[in-house]
Design a binder for this molecule. Structure first.
Ligand SMILES: *Cc1c(COP(=O)(O)O)cnc(C)c1O
Length: 475
């Protein structure tokens, strides 16, 4: 299996070569040269693997179709070490439960940080440790977070050999629960840096450090952002696991509704569908930051300016552009790399938008690839949280509520609809209190985390200070 760039760079690379990287050298995103096809017999076999051997072995079956430069026994070991009941709370790892008739929730939110990013990040931590040991190298991960990504990365990389994490976050702006989760980590290889600014300041610092190529090389700076192919690949697995839980045989089809921001989660659904998983619709659910909903309704992809990016009550979906979207557009355009490059490399930077509304290929987004979309607002979110609690006695988180709200518009009588539950409500308690007048339940292992000792350094918006910190720890 070789990987190409969506912008046409002639080089082809193997999985472990792109594992520790972000963008391809030409600024494109990595994708496999072709998607492995899963026939009916294989799908039946995977159904049995999940039922009889569990999620980790299913993950191995799927990943081994995309990874041929890690010996099979090692890859199986990495999957089994990652997807355990001890880490993810249940033997199913991603248990499905019914809501109303025909509508289900698939829980991706039972990992260490209670958000779906653990599903991929936990595997990434083990893959990084394995590959770095094999190469005899070290990596310093520098990131910026407004909440979920940073904590998922820290919990995945804590105690891992060869890896240090330097995570910037806007001082005092994450939810109290998120701050407590990150800052209470005492591991020596984890460094929390609270920047006296906003999230954009943190991102600018990361960019400035990464643009200093000499520094980047000398201190082996890397990232774990959502365009990383290994993260996307790990997410493909739970589309299969969800399908197996609500169907009895392979002639049945299902739909998925996915609370979306950077298009990473739902892009994994697209890959699963391209492999042959019987998915009817992929429902892209956005919040008020509706770049993606606008595209799927109109064919116009228009990135937002910073000032037009709203701070919402489903904050992990607050994006101005969707960093994984180029992967789908590349497929939609029949894998035309020249066109992808001109749309994403040129038109977007010149005009801030591109328009496929008159292109017959745009129709295929729905007809051939199953994509439909909708948006949800703060008022919708509160109403959905209330309704779900009153009718079913279930508390869900604000992001999942966006997924439920939009799913209802596309539900069909005969096709089960799975809404991906991307976080637990305790992470976003203030919105639950606003909607329901009460605090969500807190899993026992998080009792009292706000009172734990904290390990965090507060710094002004100053690139030099962050660089000095990295230097000091790498001496
Ligand atoms: C990251 C995140 C999302 C958005 O996922 P994308 O892959 O960026 O589309 C949705 N919900 C929660 C809780 C998240 O943390």
């Amino acid at each position: 299996m070789l990987y190409l760039s969506t912008r046409g760079h002639p080089e082809r690379r193997r999985f472990c070569e792109i594992l520790l990287e972000g963008l391809a050298p030409d600024g494109g995103l990595y994708l496999p040269e072709s998607y492995p096809h899963v026939d009916d017999a294989t799908l039946g076999q995977w159904r049995r693997v999940y039922a009889e051997q569990g999620y980790a072995d299913l993950a191995f079956e799927i990943l081994s179709r995309f990874i041929d430069d890690i010996p099979a026994s090692d890859l199986l070991g990495l999957c089994r070490k990652t997807y355990t009941e001890a880490v993810f709370g249940t033997p199913e790892i991603v248990p499905v439960r019914p809501l109303e008739k025909g509508l289900y929730l698939e829980a991706l939110s039972n990992g260490p940080t209670l958000a779906f990013k653990d599903m991929a990040m936990q595997l990434l931590g083990n893959l990084f440790e394995y590959e770095l040991a094999r190469r005899g190298e070290q990596l310093n991960i520098l990131g910026a977070t407004s909440g979920d990504t940073g904590s998922a990365a820290e919990y995945a990389m804590r105690g891992k050999k060869g890896v240090r994490v330097f995570m910037t976050s806007p001082h005092g702006r994450m939810s109290p629960f998120q701050q407590a989760q990150m800052f209470s980590l005492q591991d020596e290889n984890i460094h929390n840096i609270a920047i006296e600014g906003v999230f954009d300041d943190c991102q600018d610092i990361v960019k400035a450090v990464s643009n200093d190529l000499d520094f980047k090389r000398r201190y082996r700076i890397g990232t774990v952002n959502s365009i990383n192919w290994a993260r996307l690949l790990a997410q493909v697995v739970y589309y299969f696991a969800g399908y197996f839980q609500v169907t009895q045989h392979n002639a049945q089809r299902v739909s998925f509704s996915v609370p979306s921001g950077n298009f990473g989660n739902v892009c994994a659904g697209h890959v699963a569908r391209m492999m042959g998983l019987p998915i009817e619709k992929l429902v892209v659910a956005t919040n008020e930051n509706d770049v993606l909903d606008e595209f799927f309704r109109t064919g116009v992809y228009r990135v937002r300016a910073g000032a037009d990016t709203h701070e919402t009550s489903s904050p992990s979906m607050d994006i101005s552009k969707a960093s994984n979207f180029e992967r789908f557009v590349f497929d939609l355009l029949g894998r035309d790399a020249d066109r992808t490059r001109s749309l994403f490399g040129e038109e977007l930077s010149r005009k801030g938008l591109f328009d496929l509304s008159h292109d017959p290929l745009f129709k295929q987004a729905a007809e051939r690839y199953g994509f439909v979309s909708g948006r949800s607002t703060h008022a919708n979110r509160l109403a959905t949280l209330q309704d779900t609690y009153q009718r079913f006695g279930q508390m869900i988180d604000p992001h999942t509520a966006d997924g439920v709200k939009v799913a209802r518009a596309f539900k069909q009588e005969t096709t089960p609809m799975l809404v991906l539950e991307t976080a637990l409500p305790i992470k976003f308690a203030s919105t639950l209190v606003e909607a329901l007048g009460k605090e969500p339940d807190r899993p026992a292992r998080f009792e009292g985390i706000e009172a734990l000792p904290r390990r965090v350094q507060v710094m002004p918006v100053d690139v030099q200070r962050v660089k000095h910190l990295i230097e000091a720890h790498c001496a």
